[in-house]
Design a protein around this ligand. Structure first.
Ligand SMILES: [Zn+2]
Length: 178
């Protein structure tokens, strides 16, 4: 057996090692990519996972990956010490800043913790044709990860309306996991 240099001598890379943007790396092209390129990556990966593992497994993997991203986003890019309203305002600002989408809170039930929120101009699906199924499983995980991290308890977000089901926004229902 050859010596595993990677494991023996180096720290295992983390998410932050891959996504840290350094302007020296793309001096001419800069830090933005067209939405089409993002979707090409997302939907080719979606097709490949579905082909190899089936649709249920693809959805599960997208949700878990999105959750990972949401936890990262919350920990690195949001102020978790803020009260709920300013926290939501800062989350809205960040999502717009990164051109992920335009967040609106439709309702928050203090008794149950249930939140209904919409994302318009969503990077993943705005403008898609009617496909008959919600497609923003990555976003479900992403929102779950952000809310779970901020609330300090497990939250689950499910997409109930989507461009791909004929709506003009994506609508998510998020609630604490019982
Ligand atoms: Zn959607």
């Amino acid at each position: 057996m050859g010596k595993n240099v990677f494991l023996d001598d180096m720290k295992k890379p983390e998410l932050s090692d891959y996504i840290g943007y350094n302007e020296n790396g793309r001096g001419n092209l800069g830090d933005e990519l067209p939405v089409m390129v993002y979707r090409l990556m997302e939907y080719s990966l979606r097709e490949q996972l579905t082909e190899e593992f089936g649709s249920q497994e693809q959805i599960r993997i997208f949700r878990k990956a999105g959750y990972r991203a949401g936890v990262y986003f919350a920990e690195k890019l949001l102020d978790l010490s803020l009260e709920l309203n300013p926290f939501i305002a800062s989350l809205q600002a960040r999502l717009e800043e990164f051109k992920i989408g335009v967040l609106r809170i439709e309702s928050f039930d203090e008794a149950t913790g249930r939140i209904v929120l919409t994302v318009s101009e969503d990077a993943d699906c705005s403008g898609l044709p009617l496909l008959g199924e919600t497609v923003c499983n990555y976003d479900e995980g992403f929102i779950s990860g952000i809310l779970s991290t901020y609330m300090g308890k497990a939250y689950l977000a499910v997409e109930i309306d989507c461009w791909a089901t004929g709506d003009r926004v994506c609508r998510f229902r998020a609630e604490p996991v019982q």
